[in-house]
Design a protein around this ligand. Structure first.
Ligand code: CS2
Ligand code: MN
Length: 355
């Protein structure tokens, strides 16, 4: 595995490349062109500038998170091909710059959903949290305000204000899209992009839906082992792979994370590893990475990745906000650096025990 950290670009991130470079074991970043909106083809110069900036700081781009998918593709509207063409152009340009891993998701309307971005824990740290009761008390149009109002002035990934200004219309457009339709639209998209992925050896890594169930009645498909294996089979190409995000699949306690990892051997192209602490099956918070601070056995998760020979980029996922840091919720430096160090430690121990 290759330890990385997510970086949103110097215009948007309070964490610098110089800081990331000093985190032990981190040689690459996972980044994106944060100013693009879903559906645009990325400009060659912008990709090159991003790459040059990262490399000037002694790091490499280990992959892109995310190239987001336009709603027309997920809905399957007649103009979807235009947006798929733009997506292919972006992939081509990334491939030409030597970028080999692209993360994306296929969640309708809303990306990841949390109801609090700064829940206070007894030790004074704050964390992202989710409670189904809070969602049930909210109308979808208020969801964006709830996220934006809590984000220390940052635009949160996947919550572009341009898109969120049209939440009502978006819901209307998805009204005939059920799980089957969404699967079919995903298949259509993947079949069209696989040739360019084959040509440039780009690994596509779908991020799971978070939480792993339907929110506000919207369809959600990337939620469990059965569905993800169906997706792997439906377009059976090694470049059609997954981002294994423990904190997203793990929102559903019925998902056996190490077992899922083992069943995806060869198809996990990117890993997000973080822990969750459940207060009830429908109320959880994003704890520290350490097993004993949350509900998951992080050793077993890392061991499963080791056992399947995982060699792609991995990153600590959302961290707590600690030590007075002010940053994008989930993406401060300190707790993610602790997470990276911990995951590196687990990996070293597993590796040595297996030699
Ligand atoms: C989330 C998502 O998992 C995460 O870290 O912040 O925004 C995720 O990056 C996207 O859903 C992937 O497309
Ligand atoms: Mn994730």
């Amino acid at each position: 595995m290759q330890m990385t950290m997510r970086w949103f670009g110097s215009k948007h991130d309070s964490v610098t490349l110089d800081q990331i470079r000093q985190v032990p074991g981190v040689k690459g970043v996972i980044t994106t062109l944060y100013d693009t909106v879903p559906g645009d083809a990325w400009e060659v110069e912008d990709i090159r500038a991003l790459k040059a900036e990262v490399e000037a700081h002694g790091l490499t781009i280990a992959g892109i998170e995310s190239v987001n998918i336009h709603d027309a593709i997920k809905i399957g509207t007649p103009d979807r091909d235009k947006y798929i063409d733009n997506y292919i152009t972006t992939l081509e340009r990334l491939g030409q710059e030597g970028i080999r891993m692209v993360c994306y998701n296929f969640m309708p309307v809303f990306d990841w959903t949390r109801t609090e971005l700064a829940r206070k824990r007894p030790d004074g740290s704050t964390v992202l949290a989710y409670s189904q009761a809070a969602i049930d008390a909210l109308v979808p149009e208020k969801m964006f305000d709830s996220i934006a109002g809590d984000s220390n002035g940052h635009v949160m990934p996947g919550w572009e204000p341009e898109r969120m200004a049209h939440v009502k219309e978006l819901f209307e457009m998805y009204k005939d899209v059920d799980n089957e339709k969404l699967f079919a639209n995903l298949k259509y998209f993947l079949e069209r992009i696989m040739p360019v992925c084959d040509k440039y050896d780009i690994n596509m890594a779908i991020h799971p839906d978070d939480p792993a169930w339907s929110v506000f009645g919207l369809p959600r498909i990337i939620i469990n082992k059965e569905n993800i294996l169906r997706m792997m089979k439906m377009v059976d190409n090694p470049h059609n792979g997954v981002t294994f995000c423990s904190g997203s699949y793990g929102t559903n306690l019925e998902n056996d994370l190490p077992d899922m990892i083992r069943s995806l051997k060869g198809r996990i192209h990117f890993a997000h590893v973080r822990n969750l602490k459940f207060n009830s099956p429908t109320d959880f918070e994003e704890s520290a990475h350490l097993s004993s601070d949350g509900t998951f056995d992080m050793y077993e998760i890392m061991k499963a990745l080791y056992d399947i020979g995982f060699d792609g980029p991995i990153r600590p996922d959302h961290g707590r906000m600690i030590w007075g840091e002010v940053a994008m919720p989930g993406y401060g430096l300190y707790d993610r650096a602790l997470g990276a160090a911990y995951l590196n430690g687990l990996w070293e121990a597993i590796e040595k025990a297996n030699k």
